[in-house]
Design a protein. Structure first.
Length: 435
């Protein structure tokens, strides 16, 4: 169905003269009639200042107030009976129990019944026993082997000791099972940060929104992160499940939710952490909307790149070993400088066009622009960025993506998208790193 949107307060179908005030039709009215409430907020909002100095978003300590509880045992020699996640191997070995009424193991993975998937997983890499760890929002399936871990923090060591008493803060080699728990701990931290930036409820779901009264988007039950040490099982997994055009860490949405396949032993430690942050963010963001619409692809990619680089001191890289920036060449050394060059040359994309571009259509330049735009919007006002995400996620299916972004931006930041784009370009050219 093709919908016609009229300009706010503009004459329509009346010859000559001013249209009486009572007869003027606004785009919001048309949207209400055709698709119900769209992201229009509570009327006009005070425009936020679009002037920004420095890069405040880079230093945001997101998730600091959403710390996952420590795994505990009711008795000294008993199993773990309270934990922020569940491990199938620990349960099978008698080292963890699922409390009455708690979340049981996932019934489905990769769109199939779990009981059917398990034998296939065991055949993917016969030398590695799969580790399956899950929460209400995500499942990690690990086919990792033992390896040295150079970046284990004291907090991570303490959390791992709850399951593996032999681990100390000085441990520098972990088994494949222990590594699966380490990545579960790190995924909880990413989840806490996303919970804060998107203002999710205690169960990790979207809160009701004032931007679309009476409508809540249908969410997936969770996402799945498959972790691999060996390239052959990884290649077999992606070849069997993903379309040939699926690129990099994008993954696909299958019958059980968003799914990503991630290699974790083929690059330096820092690159691997960036890769995992990027992939887990992308899937955790996608969980909240099954139907078309919601956050445009550029915002999803921009958030994934933002969390990938958040709180790092530099965005310079010698090589694209993390593999997160599709299309990057060895010549790309500094992401910030690449964005400045993009804006200075006049090649930055228009926000409306970006919003209508699917992920597979995003170029290298579009991805860099998306990362920079997310940093800018968060830096201008984190609270309004949260409202923007809510407004877009609660937009009803069928709304033109350019119109959805314009309406949501006006209702949250108080500006048209062109004005926001101009503010971003000014910030970029001024030098986002300079204070």
């Amino acid at each position: 169905m093709t919908r016609t949107t009229l300009g706010d307060g503009q004459p329509y179908g009346v010859a000559g003269g001013e249209v009486p005030r009572a007869m003027k039709i606004t785009s919001a009215m048309i949207a209400l009639v055709l698709v119900g409430p769209v992201a229009v907020g509570q009327g006009d909002v005070a425009p936020v200042s679009l002037a920004l100095r420095g890069d405040p978003a880079q230093d945001l300590d997101l998730g600091a107030t959403h710390i996952a509880p420590m795994p505990t045992r009711s008795t000294a020699n008993g199993p773990i009976d309270s934990a922020p996640y569940y491990c199938m191997r620990a349960i099978e070995d008698g080292d963890q129990v699922i409390p009455e009424g708690a979340l049981k193991r996932p019934r489905r993975m990769i769109g199939e019944a779990t009981d059917k998937v398990m034998p296939w997983l065991a055949r993917l890499d016969p030398k590695i026993r799969p580790s399956i760890i899950w929460t209400r929002n995500w499942t990690i399936v690990s086919l990792l082997k033992g390896a040295r871990v150079a970046d284990l923090t004291p907090e991570e060591a303490v959390r791992l000791r709850a399951f593996f008493p032999e681990i100390t803060p000085r441990s520098n080699k972990l088994t494949g099972h222990q590594r699966a728990h380490l990545w579960a701990i790190r995924t909880l931290r990413i989840q806490g940060a996303i919970k804060e930036v998107m203002d999710l409820d205690d169960n990790g779901g979207l809160k009701p929104s004032s931007f679309s009264a009476g409508y809540r988007p249908l969410a997936h039950k969770g996402c799945e992160l498959f972790l691999f040490s060996n390239p052959s099982p990884h290649a077999a997994f992606t070849r069997h499940l993903f379309q040939p055009q699926t690129r990099g860490l994008s993954g696909e949405t299958l019958g059980s939710g968003p799914v990503a396949a991630i290699m974790l032993d083929d690059a330096p430690t820092g690159s691997i952490r960036r890769r995992m942050r990027h992939a887990s963010t992308l899937q955790l963001v996608r969980v909240h909307r099954r139907l078309e619409g919601g956050l445009p692809a550029w915002m999803q990619i921009g958030l994934a790149h933002y969390f990938e680089w958040r709180q790092t001191k530099t965005t310079r890289t010698k090589k694209n070993t993390a593999g997160t920036l599709i299309g990057a060449t060895e010549g790309l050394r500094d992401w910030d400088q690449a964005v400045r060059d993009l804006v200075a040359s006049g090649r930055a994309g228009e926000l409306g066009a970006l919003s209508a571009t699917p992920e597979r259509g995003l170029t290298l330049q579009s991805r860099l622009q998306a990362w920079s735009l997310v940093k800018y919007l968060l830096g201008v006002d984190q609270g309004r960025f949260t409202q923007l995400c809510s407004a877009l996620l609660h937009t009803r299916p069928g709304v033109n993506p350019q119109q959805a972004l314009r309406t949501a931006m006006k209702a949250t930041y108080g500006h048209e998208t062109d004005a926001v784009a101009d503010g971003w370009k000014t910030w970029v050219l001024r030098g986002s790193k300079k204070k």
